[in-house]
Ligand binder design. Structure first.
Ligand code: NDP
Length: 452
């Protein structure tokens, strides 16, 4: 349920009002809070003990918010100043864990909302992971490797004192891939004076990274969608799919969906959309986006039969299944209606909160199977948890071992959401199930640990 119910139990309503009053400048964070709290109404009514000791207020208040200056020098010798952030949101289940985003749109609102979502996602994995998120309003696009390195080093010079393999363990997100993680790790190692492998995840497998981590969010999304289809007595084979974005999550999702026999016919980036009725050539996408660092028009130029439309989304391309994998609030109620009109039966989120509340309502009303990001994209952080385990044990895992772990976690997440949804009388509602199951695990740990 995305619209906050007027008849919600009083403790829930009052906590929500206090949280709104305290965070008026953080609209995306408040959107995420409302979305979770709306689904807690039946739970709070049944178990008032769960909200004792201001548990709801504490759950929506980050343990620590860090903002810091990040000065760096470009190749021409000009000095720039960015703002860095780290929100250490909830440490009840383990060290703070969540990615870093380098993108010009990053604000305190962005990282607070992402860290809040991460709390429930990490709880759903069943692993001992607290939650955090961070980043900076730095745009790596068009910057040389040397500029990205200088920025990353400056960022880590400030952040390193707040990290540690049992304190806070960042990873990648938008704009932070293997290159950035490498520079960040190198600077951490220099400042700490030791090779603390588990302090960052998403490292290249050639040195302390986990084979299979890079593909985990996208592959996990496809595994989750497979379970959603199965729950309705179907499979992904032969289904026409669209993904938005053309980054890490979108491309690995497209690869695994194709391996399941689906036809992935469209993707997008910040310049526009590609429609490729023959099925996306993901190797070509890798070359265009990673090696040449170009927009999707270059894909269409190189691929007969594919068309590029500037400033367009993928949501009006007819499909059976849609996978938003770009960014928050990228799919609104109008887009949802277009997808529904074309007969979409499944929507699973690779990105964090890509569907607006109006879009989620539209999918629910139309009976579309809807997999929320905090469940469907949990494969990335879960596999980061496996990378921490590999590092702690001084081991080197194979990709097959990682994939087996990923499949297990996605099955666990799907089962936990399904079970919780059934228990609160909303069978099949994976979003409600994710919110309730995630809440119960974190709230239980917070309750046990007292007022901290
Ligand atoms: P990347 O930076 O690798 O890719 C993001 C892609 O989305 C890029 O292709 C970018 O275009 C595109 N994009 C950004 N904004 C828009 C827009 N408004 N319309 C269309 N395309 C857009 O990021 P990731 O793939 O890592 O992350 C994508 C999403 O998945 C984010 O919400 C992230 O938080 C979430 N996520 C990522 C995880 C991970 O392991 N990486 C884990 C869990 C969630 P362009 O190339 O032009 O910039």
């Amino acid at each position: 349920m995305t619209t906050f119910p007027a008849d919600a139990p009083a403790p829930l309503r009052e906590a929500r009002e206090r949280i709104h009053a305290r965070n008026a400048g953080l609209p995306t964070f408040l959107q995420a809070v409302d979305e979770v709290f709306a689904d807690l109404a039946p739970l709070v009514a049944q178990q008032p003990d769960l909200v004792a000791h201001a548990l709801l207020d504490r759950l929506a208040e980050p343990e620590r918010v860090l903002t810091f200056r990040v000065p760096w020098t470009d190749d021409a010798g000009r000095v720039h100043v960015q703002r860095g952030y780290r929100v250490q949101f909830n440490g009840a289940l383990g060290p703070y864990k969540g990615g870093l985003r380098f993108h010009p749109s990053v604000t305190l609102d962005t990282v607070t909302f992402l860290a809040f979502e991460q709390t429930f996602k990490n709880a759903l994995t069943g692993l001992p992971l607290g939650s955090g998120k961070g980043g900076a309003d730095f745009d790596p696009k068009g910057r040389s490797d040397a500029e990205v390195m200088r920025f990353a080093q400056s960022f880590m010079t400030e952040l390193h004192r707040h990290l540690g393999d049992d304190v806070d363990v960042p990873a990648g997100d938008v704009g932070v891939g293997a290159r950035e993680i490498g520079y960040l790790f190198g600077q951490y190692k220099r400042l700490a004076g030791r090779f603390e492998a588990g302090v960052l995840t998403g490292k290249p497998p050639a040195w302390a990274g986990l084979a299979g981590r890079a593909s985990a969010t996208g592959y996990g999304l496809a595994y989750f969608a497979e379970r959603m289809m199965d729950a309705r007595g179907g499979t992904l084979e032969g289904r026409t799919c669209v993904v938005s974005g053309a980054g890490n999550v979108a491309r690995y999702a497209a690869r695994k969906l194709a391996a399941f026999g689906a036809h992935v016919v469209a993707c997008s980036d910040s310049t526009g959309r590609v429609h490729d009725p023959a099925g996306l050539d993901v190797d070509l996408l890798d070359a265009v986006k990673d090696e040449r660092r170009e927009g999707l028009a270059a894909y269409a130029d190189a691929r007969p039969g594919a068309t590029f439309t500037a400033d367009a989304t993928v949501w009006d391309v007819p499909c059976d299944a849609a996978f938003p994998c770009a960014t928050e609030n990228e799919l609104d109620a109008g887009d949802a209606k277009a997808l529904i009109a074309h007969g979409v039966t499944l929507v699973a989120e690779g990105a964090n909160m890509p569907c607006t509340p109006g879009a989620v309502d539209a999918f629910r009303e139309a009976g579309v199977a809807y997999g929320p990001g905090k469940a469907a994209n949990a494969g990335g952080v879960a596999t980061s948890g496996l990378e921490m385990r590999q590092n702690a044990r001084f081991e080197t895992w194979t990709e097959d071992r990682t994939d087996e772990g990923l499949r297990d976690v996605m099955a666990h997440v799907h089962a936990a959401c399904t079970e919780a949804a059934r228990r609160i009388g909303r069978p099949g509602d994976l979003a409600a199930g994710a919110n309730v199951a995630g809440f119960e695990r974190v709230a239980g740990a917070m309750h046990d640990q007292g007022v901290v």
